[in-house]
Design a binder for this molecule. Structure first.
Ligand code: TRP
Ligand code: SF4
Length: 352
């Protein structure tokens, strides 16, 4: 057995590396912010941070609308940057522009049993959402294998994700262990860094804020859209008159107070339970809170919207750096599998 420390030590790294990211299926919403973006903005100071915009993974469910991807990639990039991702600290890159990930996916696909994928709980839930019953695309079933490549191509140590992603991280770890045991110990086995922030409910009170449920407040929502959405949000149905005693635990508006107005929350809770605050007033407070949260983010986003070329340049530089890391990993991987028949010194370089 090779010593993993020594193996990863081939490429000296000052900071531990994290890899995280999103599927670009639309702009990011407050659920993304609370669940992951806020965390990665903090982590980028202490870790060498790679952020993947997983457009190929988005294609596994949107293959019939590829024309949307370009705008969605741009939106997700602008949201990350506007929320405080600093491109000098973090490597923000596009999955499809790093072909080493696709190459690695192919090698990993030999190490995965189809049943493992069919039993993956996240795959099962998503397949049901997309009505894939008898016609599950092979690429969709296999996306966790591609996600293993997303994580390992840059030899990431940690993967900050929500709980729904755990089955994918477990699969990644299994693939890495199998690869290292079978060929040579060149891959880094990553660990999940679970975000315990509870997921943000939708405006309609359903368990998840999500684009497909049409119950989301977007980071990019202008003040009038934000106001309209909060005004229409579902509250405690037992409250008909402002003086009725309320149950904040069943109210979406209260969940947002908790996430964005922690200081004001005990008072809101108390007044809701006693019936001394009406929902209209409670919503007004929330609108102010969310507007001041978005205040520094909005002008930054507007600025990127005016200069999309700058955003593409950031993604190009990030993807180039990702390719350099990918090429290093592929050298190790090809050498381990012994399919490095002849060298191509130009591989992974000079593509941009
Ligand atoms: N599966 C993730 C999601 O649905 C997105 C993603 C793709 C990802 N590749 C990743 C997350 C690698 C963490 C690490 O949001
Ligand atoms: Fe929800 Fe606020 Fe109304 Fe209570 S007062 S039910 S927390 S909106």
């Amino acid at each position: 057995m090779l010593d993993r420390q020594r193996t990863t030590g081939i490429i000296p790294q000052m900071k531990k590396r994290i890899l995280t990211g999103d599927r670009p299926t639309g702009p990011l919403h407050l659920g993304h912010y609370v669940g992951s973006v806020a965390n990665r903005v903090k982590l980028q100071h202490d870790y060498d941070t790679f952020i993947i915009i997983a457009d190929v993974q988005a294609l596994t469910t949107n293959f019939d609308h590829p024309e949307k991807l370009r705008q969605d990639v741009l939106n997700v990039a602008m949201d990350n940057l506007a929320c405080g991702i600093n491109p000098d600290k973090s490597t923000l890159f596009v999955q499809s522009m790093v072909p080493e990930i696709a190459e690695l996916t192919m090698f990993y696909s030999m190490l995965v049993n189809v049943n493992q994928l069919l039993h993956n709980p996240t795959i099962k839930t998503e397949a049901a959402q997309h009505h894939f019953e008898e016609k599950m695309p092979y690429g969709f079933l296999g996306y966790p294998v591609s996600q293993a490549a997303d994580i390992t191509f840059c030899r990431a140590h940690l993967v900050p994700v929500g709980e729904d992603q755990l089955p994918h991280i477990e699969l990644t770890r299994k693939i890495v262990r199998k690869f290292n045991a079978m060929y040579a110990s060149v891959l880094v086995e990553p660990e999940a860094k679970i975000s315990h922030v509870s997921r943000l409910v939708g405006l309609d009170g359903s368990t998840k804020m999500s684009k497909s449920l049409n119950n989301a407040i977007y980071i990019s929502d202008p003040p009038d859209a934000l106001k309209r959405k909060v005004e229409q949000a579902v509250t405690d149905p037992a409250r008909i008159h402002p003086k009725d005693k309320g149950h904040p635990e069943v109210c979406a508006v209260f969940a947002y107070h908790r996430a964005f107005n922690p200081k004001g929350t005990p008072d809101i809770e108390d007044r809701c339970r006693k019936g001394t605050i009406g929902c209209v007033q409670c919503k007004r407070i929330l609108i102010d809170v969310l507007n001041s949260f978005l205040e520094p983010i909005r002008p930054r986003r507007a600025d990127y919207e005016k200069h999309p070329d700058e955003v593409w340049d950031i993604l190009k530089a990030g993807s180039a750096r990702a390719r350099t890391e990918g090429a290093r990993t592929m050298d190790l991987v090809r050498n381990a599998i012994k399919i490095d028949y002849f060298p191509f010194p130009e591989a992974g370089k000079g593509h941009f």
